[in-house]
Design a protein around this ligand. Structure first.
Ligand code: AMP
Ligand code: GLY
Length: 426
């Protein structure tokens, strides 16, 4: 089968790497891909957001199955566009992708179907939004409705900060049309967990839970990022929580059916494990990044089988088992990320790191320069994943691999998965 993977980050490298192990896959294209993906796939220079060009490519090259990585093309309706041209794809329709594309839509859905989530109010006018912020007091959370590349959520510790966020979103339009509506939300506390599920319209199958590290610096300090590392499974999701998490997905699927939404793809629930139980912070309509780099290496069997079964509404037939290993992914980022950073720094030690046992070096923001060297080409540059029979072993191996890699300005967190380790081992 000929496969097209859309995207060019660490998540897509993990997907391509896993699909390349499938006996049924004869050829993988990736748009736009990166220097690591180019080892397993033919990269095509089409942006992940260019729905028309991607659809034309899939038709022209007779792609059998397209796997969509990022949310932007899903929310723009790429799966519908491909289906209209007779091309099968993995990911939700435009309508179903609203669960990520509109936070207002998602919150109203959660509240309507009795799924635990923070209290909220929605505003389109600055005045009433400011009034709400003052009435609620700090800490309080301000969210832009639409897609804002992970920057649309402000957890304000002071009223003034929340007021500023409201003004930035509704008046200064810093997120453009994504900020037409603003959500003022109760601030929850607790550890976070990422629970992803394959959903085939009728049923769902949970993936092994993961934990992301959103802040840029150790000890969860500094600004939010796309994610600085992940590990799976995580002891944060204790077996006792599984029933509640299943209940969240049961209600979500029932709600989707009620709304007449045929959701097929990955549904990712960002959960906060509050003292009173898990609550949904957000839905994503796709695989998490970097969670996928810690989850897919633990998947036994053929990823293509699972993705096809999901898209075809035959998920119950799919074989979905996980190795007993723990996986840890440490993201290596460019200096300055998530603010401004330079590109084009040569990366050393990729081969040496990749030679270590049970290590995969996933590329996120890399390319080959004119001289053929692999250089940095994004904020998150690499995701170094190691598997281990226990979490401590996986952490040691991941950092052993990290130590072999170097580029100018390289920054990474030293405490990925530390929260999952007993205190004595951190
Ligand atoms: P989201 O894009 O909705 O996942 O938000 C990004 C991050 O903001 C989450 O991972 C949380 O760390 C934080 N966050 C979102 N909503 C809340 C909330 N209601 N209370 C506290 N933190 C939140
Ligand atoms: N790691 C967070 C996300 O994929 O949205």
């Amino acid at each position: 089968m000929k496969i097209l993977v859309i995207g060019g980050g660490g998540r897509e490298h993990a997907v391509v790497w896993k699909l390349a192990q499938s006996r049924r896959v004869t050829k993988i294209f990736c748009a736009p891909g990166n220097a690591g993906i180019a080892e397993q796939a033919e990269c095509v220079p089409i942006a992940a957001t260019d729905v028309a060009a991607l659809t034309a490519f899939a038709v022209e090259r007779q792609i059998d199955f397209t796997v969509v990585g990022p949310e932007a093309p899903l929310c723009a309706g790429i799966v519908d566009a491909l289906a209209a041209r007779g091309r099968r794809a993995f990911g939700p329709s435009r309508q179903a992708a609203q669960l990520e594309g509109s936070k207002v839509f998602a919150k109203r859905f959660l509240l309507k179907y009795g799924i635990p989530t923070a209290r909220m109010e929605v505003f389109t006018e600055v005045g009433p939004a400011l009034e709400c912020v003052r009435r609620w007091g700090a800490p309080v959370v301000v969210k832009a409705d639409g897609l804002a590349a992970g920057k649309g959520v402000i957890v304000a510790q002071a009223v003034a900060e929340a007021e500023q966020a409201v003004v930035n979103i509704l008046e200064k339009k810093v997120f453009g049309a994504a900020g037409r509506q603003v959500i003022i939300e109760e601030c929850l506390t607790g550890p976070e967990a990422s629970v992803m599920a394959f959903v085939d319209g009728q049923t769902y199958r949970l993936m092994s839970p993961a934990q992301d590290h959103k802040r840029v610096s150790d000890g969860d300090t500094g600004p939010n990022t796309g994610g600085m590392g992940a590990y799976s499974p995580t002891p944060a999701v204790a077996p006792a929580l599984e029933k509640t998490i299943r209940d969240i997905f049961d209600r979500t699927l029932a709600g989707l059916r009620e709304e007449g939404m045929d959701y097929r793809g990955v549904l990712y629930a960002g959960l906060m494990l509050t003292p009173t139980g898990p609550q949904v912070l957000e839905f994503n309509c796709r695989f998490g990044d970097p969670e996928t780099q810690a989850v897919l290496p633990r998947l036994e069997g053929d990823l293509l089988d699972v993705l096809e079964a999901t898209a075809a509404g035959r998920l119950t037939e799919a074989q979905l088992t996980w190795t007993r290993d723990t996986a840890v992914c440490v993201v290596l980022a460019a200096g300055g990320y998530p603010g401004d950073y330079v590109k084009g720094q040569p990366i050393r030690g990729l081969k040496e790191a990749g030679q270590l046992a049970k290590v995969c070096v996933f590329h996120a923001g890399t390319k080959r320069n004119a001289a053929g060297e692999i250089v940095t080409d994004g904020g998150r540059v690499l995701g170094v994943t190691a598997l281990g029979t226990d979490l401590a072993g996986a952490v040691r191996q991941a950092y052993a691999a990290v130590e072999r890699i170097h580029f100018d300005g390289m920054q990474y967190r030293r405490d990925i998965a530390a929260r999952g380790l007993p205190r004595s081992q951190t």
